[in-house]
Design a protein around this ligand. Structure first.
Ligand SMILES: Cc1cc2nc3c(=O)[nH]c(=O)nc-3n(C[C@H](O)[C@H](O)[C@H](O)COP(=O)(O)OP(=O)(O)OC[C@H]3O[C@@H](n4cnc5c(N)ncnc54)[C@H](O)[C@@H]3O)c2cc1C
Length: 297
């Protein structure tokens, strides 16, 4: 199998690595090796690789920038595919991006064109694909407000979803219910605005992040989703868990909603910390925390 997947990738011009540490591809800097790690450069190569994996019965997982991802210490015994970045395609106030395009860069490009609607995304360190799947959001904005459509690979063929078909809600989309589907590209409808005002708003969001979030440490952002009627970070702080550590993993002292990697954290450290935090918060307040971070094994 090793030889044939390398032959296939070489034939498609796809860079393929063997036993690639996933700690290099996650913002947590945690995770064992992917048996195969592929970096297709465009949507055609990505689809060809997904068709191949499906045909050959190879387990696959698709990632963007790994900014919401916790990979097991044992790694992933299959094919991890990093989505291609490509170039933006503008048509009036509509922009289409490949799934691997940086969300923060898209936000900056929109501001340069005096187009509003994506300023909330300036500090979200993921890709367009990851953001659509998660309905990423911050400071009152979210992907749902501007998404027009996305095109995706499915085992039955490539299809385009309308905005409504995404069924976007808090950190959830139809992709959450179809883990085999892969976002290839997405189109966003933006509104004409004032460049200076948009950039000022982005600078304000960036300052608020620097002020509140432990950006100096590796993490995957908010570890838990916001429970209805509460804030996860506030519950964790009120349970006295700021600074609580397991190995190299720690509940951030700056923002209790973030688990950070203080250095040398393993996935087991992070999982154990998350389990203990969940149990203590549940015992104390009767609220069940649900992970926002995706776990890949
Ligand atoms: C410092 C920091 C701050 C953050 N702040 C925010 C915030 O304010 N708001 C917010 O919403 N998030 C935030 N995040 C979390 C994260 O950046 C977002 O969830 C982002 O949308 C994830 O994108 P990604 O490309 O990194 O996805 P990944 O982490 O690579 O993947 C996340 C999930 O999406 C799937 N996926 C990725 N790409 C595709 C695709 N093309 N097709 C199908 N499935 C795919 C993966 O399989 C995985 O299940 C933050 C993270 C960090 C580290």
């Amino acid at each position: 199998m090793v030889q044939s997947i390398f032959d296939f990738a070489a034939g498609q011009g796809i860079l393929l690595l063997c036993d690639e540490p996933m700690s290099r591809h996650t913002t947590f800097r945690v995770g064992g090796p992917a048996r195969f790690f592929a970096m297709p450069e465009d949507a055609t190569a990505l689809c060809a690789l997904l068709d191949y994996a499906q045909r050959e019965g190879i387990r696959y997982a698709v990632i963007g920038k790994g900014s919401n991802l916790l990979v097991d210490d044992g790694g992933f015994d299959g094919l991890v595919i990093r989505t291609p970045e490509g170039e933006l395609c503008w048509e009036g106030n509509t922009v289409t991006a490949l799934s691997g395009f940086s969300l923060a860069r898209l936000s900056a490009c929109a501001a340069e064109k005096s187009l509003a609607g994506l300023s909330f995304a300036q500090g979200i360190p993921g890709t367009v694909g990851g953001a659509v799947v998660m309905n990423a959001g911050a400071y009152g904005g979210e992907i749902a407000q501007t998404l027009l459509s996305s095109t995706c690979w499915t085992p039955e063929g490539v299809r385009t979803l309308t905005a409504e078909e995404h069924r976007l809600s808090y950190r959830h989309s139809t992709y959450s219910d179809h883990p085999q589907w892969v976002v290839l590209s997405a189109a966003f409808g933006l509104q004409p605005g004032d460049r200076q005002a948009i950039e000022e708003e982005m600078a304000d969001f960036a300052a608020r992040r620097r002020d509140k979030q432990p950006l100096e440490y590796p993490s995957a952002g908010s570890t838990f989703q916001r429970p209805a009627g509460h804030f996860a970070g506030k519950l964790i702080e009120d349970a006295g868990l700021k600074g609580f550590s397991v190995g190299g993993a720690q509940v951030s002292e700056k923002h209790a909603g973030f688990v950070i990697n203080r250095g040398g954290a393993s996935c087991a450290d992070v999982l154990s910390l998350m389990e203990q935090v969940t149990r203590i918060v549940e015992d104390r307040f009767g609220v069940t925390l649900t992970p926002e971070v995706k776990y890949l094994k």
